[in-house]
Design a protein around this ligand. Structure first.
Ligand SMILES: *[C@@H]1O[C@H](CO)[C@@H](O)[C@H](O)[C@H]1NC(C)=O
Ligand SMILES: *[C@@H]1O[C@H](CO)[C@@H](O)[C@H](O)[C@H]1NC(C)=O
Ligand SMILES: *[C@@H]1O[C@H](CO)[C@@H](O)[C@H](O)[C@H]1NC(C)=O
Ligand SMILES: *[C@@H]1O[C@H](CO)[C@@H](O)[C@H](O)[C@H]1NC(C)=O
Ligand SMILES: *[C@@H]1O[C@H](CO)[C@@H](O)[C@H](O)[C@H]1NC(C)=O
Length: 487
């Protein structure tokens, strides 16, 4: 009997272990938490949102101390970030690197119990739109941060990495096996890869099938998704590619392998799909893409070259209405949640769907719209709409967007309202000359939402301080150059 009992216990233990392993796989997808918003949710609300949705790792673009503090004792693993603008200083100034680690890593690990696992040095510093600005400073900054982590005794606990855009490598054919690092930056890439490898650090890459579609009108749309029903898959010496993500990821695997780093750990730092601002950016496509991706990750399924589980971070958690739209109007709509923490669509993580943010405090239910007496022909119309859009967010207007069905009056109202809400419903923000008026009737129609902003520290301090949405241009252009010549 005893023997039976202990055998049962053993089986029970093994089942528990199996369950834990399964749970671990299910919760394997992290998210990016960016903060370029005019009305960000309070940090604690976002951390609760992460926890309620079972997100166990988060990637940041800086090391903001309020953000990190809010993540303290949350059990959520953190990748903290160093913006590109700091690379130059950190590349030459060892003391600056030590200060960065002391203030932005050590302090949070010890006094706030923040589980920092990675430091991302720069963000897509080799992007071609930067014209090489950060190429010389990235490696020395990486080396100085790593040295500072070693000096602080943290180098086994906290790993460095550099999130790179997928155009640092390319393939001369459609086959991933012909992949290699881009020739113009090959030497710089090899130095970085060697340094990461020597220090047991991962390679981080951002991969964007949406951009493939956005930048190439002939791109076969089904190849962007994970439905496995793309009619003409790539056959790379017996490895079958039915989606561009796998093909892109394996192009990197081949590039690493060809240069002697076939075993290097890869993290997908950003992957996702926007929901507005472009004809292909909508909730339906975003759900199709993100659900397809998450289901694979949850099943522990990788690519033909790396079939096992993957380490990934969705881009992104929440919409950011102050991001530069230089890459495109979709840039402010990458969130799986709207700016206020409401889910845009359902996404099943294992068994549960998405849970909305709790305790969100909205401004009053009022909107700024075109006055009934106003005429669309007035000389003030064009300058007013330009002004409103330049200082607010009109990325939901235009061809193929959520508000593309509005008429001229609707367009004008949308622009006025966006300006009014972003400026915290100040009376002076709804005074477009003889054109605007406020209303308590929601002008939203269908998918076209005339949003009301939320209270922030600035609004609760009296609403006087206008929020500046002109943030420094932080280009997150996701250039994607998997050479695609099928068709
Ligand atoms: C810590 O990170 C913040 C946010 O990224 C940055 O502004 C600050 O300069 C960093 N501190 C140091 C000492 O480098
Ligand atoms: C890169 O070069 C182009 C063309 O010379 C210029 O328009 C752009 O502003 C430059 N970008 C940066 C980040 O220096
Ligand atoms: C990769 O790892 C395998 C198994 O650990 C090993 O046999 C192989 O030599 C490694 N390859 C490289 C390039 O390090
Ligand atoms: C509404 O605004 C968008 C974007 O500015 C423009 O493309 C569209 O033509 C406008 N529609 C009407 C009916 O004015
Ligand atoms: C607004 O309308 C009033 C009355 O119709 C007119 O006197 C005034 O000039 C208009 N103001 C502007 C800026 O168009």
């Amino acid at each position: 009997m005893r023997y039976m009992g202990s055998s049962k216990q053993r089986v029970g233990f093994l089942l528990l272990l199996l369950l834990l392993i399964v749970i671990d796989c299910v919760s394997g997808v992290g998210v990016n938490w960016g903060t370029q918003a005019t009305h960000p949710l309070p940090h604690s609300t976002v951390v609760r949102l992460l926890k309620d949705n079972g997100v166990d790792k988060v990637k940041l673009f800086d090391a903001d101390s309020q953000t990190l503090k809010a993540l303290g004792n949350s059990g959520i693993q953190v990748m903290a970030g160093i913006p590109n603008e700091m690379l130059s200083t950190l590349s030459t100034d060892v003391q600056a690197a030590e200060n960065w680690v002391a203030k932005n890593v050590s302090a949070h690990l010890s006094s706030n119990a923040v589980d920092i696992r990675y430091v991302a040095v720069g963000n897509e510093p080799f992007l071609s739109t930067y014209n090489g600005t950060f190429i010389a400073t990235t490696l020395p900054a990486l080396q100085n941060i790593q040295a500072a982590l070693i000096k602080a005794g943290l180098s086994t606990q906290v790993k460095v990495t550099v999130p790179l855009n997928a155009d640092v490598y390319q393939s001369s054919t459609t086959s991933p096996s012909t992949g290699d690092f881009r020739s113009d930056i090959h030497d710089s890439m090899m130095e970085i890869v060697k340094f990461l490898s020597d220090n047991g650090a991962p390679f981080t890459v951002n991969i964007y099938p949406f951009i493939s579609l956005y930048s190439d009108p002939n791109f076969p749309i089904d190849f962007a998704f994970f439905d496995d029903n793309y009619p003409s898959p790539i056959n790379d010496n017996g490895r079958i590619y039915t989606n561009v993500f796998d093909a892109n990821y394996d192009t990197l695997v081949w590039a690493l392998q060809k240069n002697g780093y076939g075993n290097m750990t890869i993290i997908v730092g950003e992957i996702g799909w926007p929901t507005d601002g472009n004809i292909n950016a909508n909730s339906k496509n975003a759900q199709r893409f993100n659900q397809g991706f998450m289901s694979r990750i949850n099943a522990g399924k990788g690519t033909p070259m790396r079939p096992g589980p993957m380490d990934t971070y969705l881009f992104s958690l929440i919409d950011e209405d102050a991001k530069s739209i230089q890459p495109g109007n979709f840039e402010r709509h990458w969130g799986i949640f709207y700016f206020d923490g409401q889910p845009k669509y359902q996404l099943n993580r294992g068994s549960n769907g998405l849970v909305a943010a709790k305790d969100v405090h909205y401004l009053a239910k009022k909107w700024c719209v075109m006055a009934p007496s106003a005429s669309l022909d007035g000389p003030q119309v064009a300058p007013s709409v330009s002004y409103a859009c330049a200082n607010a967010d009109c990325t939901s207007l235009g061809y193929g967007t959520s508000c593309s069905n509005l008429d001229g009056i609707g367009n004008l109202s949308y622009a006025f309202n966006s300006y009014y809400q972003i400026h915290n419903q100040l009376d002076s923000a709804c005074m477009f000359p003889n054109l605007s008026t406020t209303t308590t009737k929601d002008p939203s129609v269908g998918d076209c939402q005339f949003r009301i902003m939320i209270h922030t520290l600035a609004t609760s301090a009296g609403g006087k301080r206008l929020v500046s949405i002109k943030k420094p241009v932080d280009l997150v252009v996701f250039v994607f150059t998997f050479v695609f010549t099928i068709l």
